[in-house]
Design a protein around this ligand. Structure first.
Ligand code: OXD
Ligand code: MN
Length: 594
C-alpha cells in the first residue's frame, strides 16, 4: 500500500514491494476503514491496550497485583481449536493426506475471498510483521499477519517477535508467510482455518481463539512449518525444549512431544524435587520446536515462539511455580474467572475458590454453581522473558543440540511410565503409533483415546505417511541421533488413582533419560524397549513410593498391548499407500517380541 492510498491511515514502515502489494490487495478485498501498520513499540502497545480497554475487549486486572495484565472473554462459541474447520489446501489431495481435511486451493480461495469481501468495513486492518525464531537464525521465518482483531495484535506481540526485526530480516525478499485473519461474525458456520502450503499462505476466518488466529503458532510454525521442513530438510514439531543442568553444570537438551493440554508447559518448566538439589531445568520452549541437522552431525533445535499460550486450569504453585511467576505481569488471560479484587482464578488454582466471582462468561459464580468458573481451555498468554528459568540459549540463533526426544501421551492404561526405543527407526514407530486421551484444547469429546502420531495429528501440514518418511530421512543427515523415549505420567491403578505422582517428580524420569544419553544408567530389555534397571532409577526421598510402586507403573500387559497394536493398525491402514515399509517391519518386530 502506498502512503497516498486513501485506505492507509497508519504509518507504513516498509518499502518491500511484495509486502506493499499484498497489503494493498487485502485492503481492497476487505475494505477496512483504515490500515494500521504495527511497529511493535511500547508506545504502540500502550495505545492499543488503551483502545482495547475502551472497547471492552480487554478488562484491566488489579494493576498493583498484576501489572500490565488483562482479561479477555471470548465469544462462548469460540473457545478452542476447531479441527473440523481446519484445512490443508494443496493442488493434489494426496499431498494433504488422509488425516487432514482437504479442499482445492482455487475453491477455498474463492470461498474465503467471498467471505472476506468488505468484511472489515468500518474496522481497522492491522498489519502485524513478525519473526518466528531468533533474529539471524538460519531457521527463522518471517510472517505478516493481517487481522481485524486488536486482541490478536496484542497477543501476537507476546507470542512472536513482532515489529521492525521482521522487515529487517525480510529486506526486499518476497519470501514471507501471508496470513489473513478476518473475525467476520465469529460464527461456527463461517469458520475456516485454511492453509495453502504451496503459496506459504494462511486464511483464518470466523474465529478469534488463539490456536485458530495467532497465525504464527499452529498455522505457520507447525502446519506450514512442517511442509517447509520437508522441503528444506528440517523438522517442525509439537515439542517443548528444555535444558537439564546437573549439579556439576553439565547441560543436556531434551525435546518432548505431548498432545495439547497434556502437560508440556508444566514439564518444560519443571522444578526438581528437594532430593535433586543442584539440578536445574531451563526452559527453551513449551510448545514448538524447529530442529535441523547441524554441521557437527547433531540435531539443533530452536523455539520459534516468544511467549507461552498455556492452559490456565490446573496451573498452580504446586504444579508449575515458574508458570505462576511468568503470569505475574504483562499477561493476557482469556476465559478465566475474575475475582472481586480484580484478580484471576481457575479450577486447580492455589487459592481456595472465591466466595463469589464472575465466571468466564462474566456471570456471577459461587462454589455452589454447577458450571466451572474458568473454561477448561482458558488460557494465559505470557512473554517468555517473564520465566525466571528461561534458558539463556533461547536467544541463540544456532539453537541447542538435542540429546533426547520424548514422546508422551495421556494414557490411563497400557503405557508404562518410561521406556527407551532400541534405535531411531524404532523410535519413529513409537512416535507414529502414539495414542492419547483427548482434552479440551480442541472442540469435541474429552477423554477419548485417539491416535495422535508424534502429537502432530492436528498440526501436520502434509501427508502423515510422508511425514514419517521425512523423519526416517532425517536420520541419514545426523551422525549423533538423539535417543528416543516414551513416557506416560497418567497411568491409573485399579482404584482409579494415578500410579505416578507426576509434576516435579518427573525429574526422576528425566534424570534416567539424561543418564541414558550420557551412558551413565543401566537398562533392561523388554518387548517394548529399554526400561530402567533396578539401580538406575532414583527413588530417594520419595514419600509413599517404592520399587513395588515403580514396578506397577512400569508393568507390561500383553493383552493391553495386543489392543494397542490393533488400534494403531487403524492409522496404518488409513495411511497404507504412503506408509514407509520400515514402520510396517517395526510393527511386525513388536508383535514378534510379545
Ligand atoms: C496449544 C494447543 O494451544 O496445542 O498449544 O492447542
Ligand atoms: Mn500445543
Amino acid at each position: 500500500m502506498t502512503a497516498s492510498n486513501p485506505l492507509s491511515a497508519g504509518a507504513c514502515n516498509t518499502a518491500n514491494h511484495a509486502v506493499l502489494a499484498w497489503v494493498d490487495e487485502m485492503a481492497h478485498l476487505c475494505l477496512p476503514e483504515r490500515v494500521y501498520w504495527c511497529a511493535g513499540s511500547e508506545a504502540e502497545k500502550a495505545a492499543l491496550t488503551q483502545e482495547a480497554v475502551a472497547r471492552g475487549i480487554l478488562i484491566p486486572l488489579n494493576q498493583e497485583k498484576r501489572p500490565g495484565c488483562y482479561l479477555h472473554r471470548s465469544n462462548p462459541n469460540d473457545v478452542a481449536r476447531v479441527e473440523q474447520c481446519t484445512f490443508i489446501c494443496t493442488t493434489n489431495p494426496e499431498d494433504a493426506g488422509p488425516t487432514n481435511n482437504w479442499m482445492a486451493p482455487r475453491e477455498m480461495y474463492a470461498k474465503l475471498r467471498e467471505l472476506c469481501r468488505g468484511a472489515m468495513r468500518g474496522r481497522t486492518m492491522y498489519v502485524v510483521p513478525y519473526l518466528m525464531g531468533p533474529p539471524g537464525s538460519p531457521l527463522t521465518k518471517v510472517g505478516i499477519e493481517i487481522t481485524d482483531s486488536i486482541y490478536v495484535v496484542l497477543s501476537m506481540r507476546i507470542m512472536a517477535r513482532m515489529g521492525q526485526a521482521a522487515y529487517d530480516q525480510l529486506r526486499d525478499s518476497p519470501n514471507f508467510n501471508r496470513g489473513l485473519h478476518c473475525m467476520l461474525d465469529v460464527h461456527p458456520e463461517r469458520r475456516y482455518i485454511a492453509h495453502f502450503p504451496e503459496d506459504n499462505a494462511i486464511i483464518s476466518v470466523g474465529s478469534n481463539y488463539g490456536g485458530n488466529v495467532l497465525l504464527g503458532k499452529k498455522c505457520l510454525a507447525l502446519r506450514i512449518g512442517s511442509w517447509l521442513g520437508r522441503k528444506e530438510g528440517w523438522l517442525a514439531e509439537h515439542m517443548l525444549i528444555m535444558g537439564v543442568e546437573s549439579p556439576v553444570g553439565e547441560k543436556t537438551y531434551v525435546a518432548a512431544a505431548f498432545p495439547s493440554s497434556c502437560g508440556k508447559t508444566n514439564f518444560a518448566m519443571l522444578v526438581p524435587p528437594p532430593a535433586f538439589a543442584g539440578w536445574k531445568v531451563w526452559t527453551v520452549g513449551d510448545d514448538i520446536a524447529w530442529m535441523k541437522p547441524g554441521a557437527d552431525g547433531r540435531l539443533y533445535a530452536i523455539n520459534p515462539e516468544a511467549g507461552y499460550f498455556g492452559v490456565a486450569p490446573g496451573t498452580s504453585m504446586k504444579s508449575n511455580p515458574n508458570a505462576m511467576r511468568s503470569i505475574q505481569r504483562d499477561t493476557i488471560f482469556t476465559n478465566v474467572a475474575l475475582t472481586p479484587d480484580g484478580d484471576v482464578w481457575w479450577e486447580g488454582h492455589d487459592d481456595a475458590p472465591p466466595k463469589e466471582c464472575l465466571d468466564w462468561r462474566g456471570q456471577k459464580w459461587t462454589p455452589d454453581s454447577k458450571e466451572k468458573a474458568a473454561h477448561p481451555n482458558s488460557r494465559f498468554c505470557a512473554p517468555a522473558v517473564n520465566n525466571p528459568m528461561l534458558a539463556p540459549e533461547y536467544h541463540d540463533p544456532q539453537g541447542v543440540p538435542i540429546s533426547a526426544i520424548i514422546f508422551g501421551a495421556r494414557r490411563s492404561t497400557t503405557m508404562p511410565l518410561v521406556y527407551q526405543a532400541f534405535n531411531w527407526t524404532h523410535g519413529v514407530h513409537v512416535g507414529a503409533t502414539m495414542g492419547s486421551e483427548t482434552t479440551a484444547a480442541a472442540t469435541g469429546a474429552v477423554g477419548q483415546l485417539r491416535l495422535d502420531p508424534m502429537a502432530m495429528l492436528p498440526f501436520c501440514g502434509y501427508n502423515m505417511g510422508e511425514y514419517f518418511r521425512h523423519w526416517l530421512r532425517i536420520r541419514k543427515l545426523i551422525t549423533h541421533p538423539p535417543r528416543i523415549f516414551h513416557v506416560n505420567w497418567f497411568r491409573k491403578g485399579d482404584d482409579g488413582k494415578f500410579l505416578w505422582p507426576g509434576f516435579g517428580e518427573n525429574m526422576r524420569v528425566l534424570k534416567w533419560i539424561v543418564d541414558r544419553c550420557r551412558g551413565h544408567a543401566d537398562a533392561e530389555e523388554t518387548p517394548l524397549g529399554w526400561v530402567p534397571g533396578p539401580r538406575s532409577f532414583d527413588l530417594s526421598g520419595m514419600d509413599n513410593f517404592n520399587a513395588d510402586n515403580l514396578a506397577k507403573a512400569q508393568s507390561f500387559n500383553v493383552e493391553e498391548w495386543r489392543n494397542e497394536v490393533i488400534k494403531s493398525d487403524e492409522l496404518f491402514l488409513k495411511l497404507y499407500a504412503d506408509l514407509p515399509k520400515e514402520l510396517i517391519f517395526q510393527r511386525e518386530l513388536l508383535v514378534a517380541r510379545f
